[in-house]
Design a protein around this ligand. Structure first.
Ligand code: ATP
Length: 236
């Protein structure tokens, strides 16, 4: 479904990605792992065309997306749910959700998707007119995921959904992520909580200094000594 071929990217003179190959197969969850500054967020930015790669190709359903603007990426139903939520803090929940569907014209489906989002997140339904900036961190994360779902993603790019949230909320959100996937959305998941990420993913890829250091099925990576020691804190 999505293929990155030899992607390199830089910010000015900082080389953030070097020859990255990555694949997300239709229907799968792929975890993108790695320590701070490894290039995970940059990879998502390249896919959603917020950053143009210096080398390589982004292919989605066989189409080359490299030079397409971000709004075209959204139309192709690749939806980015960014790090730190980034909801519109001055707008109400409902307005944030509506903005998630701004490129769509299928009104009845938009209504159905709104109903689905509010069923996933009853807390949002209870307070549709509340200003997003006044929501708790967990509620803002729910809103960010809900807004992304309003874009009807074929591929959802999720950047650190667990960041700064209480364990109980994280569990709730991860169950919903699994359910979103089971309902047909493929997911590329950037996550610091490696244990949790590997538990719901089919495949995983570890970035180190902008380069793919390891990749394989989630089960293979869970058994890998380096992953166990560096990311899961288990001594072999
Ligand atoms: P984290 O887990 O801390 O979010 P990450 O794996 O997502 O890290 P990136 O945010 O992709 O890492 O950053 C990769 C590299 O690019 C880092 O060295 C970072 O300092 C650099 N970088 C990221 N954004 C910029 C920017 N806007 N300008 C300059 N350098 C940047």
């Amino acid at each position: 479904m999505l293929k990155l071929e030899n992607i390199s990217a830089q910010y000015g003179s900082v080389q953030a990605l070097r020859d990255v190959d990555l694949e997300v197969k239709k229907g799968s969850i792929v975890a993108l792992l790695g320590s701070n500054g490894a290039g995970k967020t940059t990879t998502l930015k390249v896919i959603s065309s917020l950053l143009r790669p210096t080398e390589g190709n982004v292919l989605f359903e066989g189409e080359k997306l490299n030079r397409k603007p971000p709004n075209v990426i959204v139309k192709r139903q690749i939806i980015h749910c960014p790090e730190n939520r980034q909801v519109f803090p001055e707008l109400a929940i409902m307005e944030n959700l509506r903005l998630g569907s701004y490129v769509r014209k299928d009104r009845q489906q938009i209504k159905d998707d709104l109903e689905r989002v509010l069923t996933y997140f009853p807390r949002l339904r209870e307070r549709l007119s509340q200003i997003a900036g006044t929501l708790s961190g967990g509620e803002q994360q729910m809103l960010a995921i809900g807004r992304a779902l309003m874009g009807k993603p074929k591929l959802l790019l999720l950047d650190e959904p667990s960041l700064g949230l209480a364990p109980i909320i994280v569990r709730e959100i991860f169950e919903i992520i699994k359910d979103i996937n089971e309902n047909g959305t493929s997911i590329l998941l950037v996550e610091q909580n490696v244990h949790l990420a590997l538990a719901i993913s089919d495949f995983a890829c570890v970035l180190e200094n902008g380069h793919v250091a390891l990749s394989g099925t989630a089960a293979e990576l869970k058994d890998n000594d380096q992953v166990r020691e560096l990311y899961l804190g288990i001594k072999s």
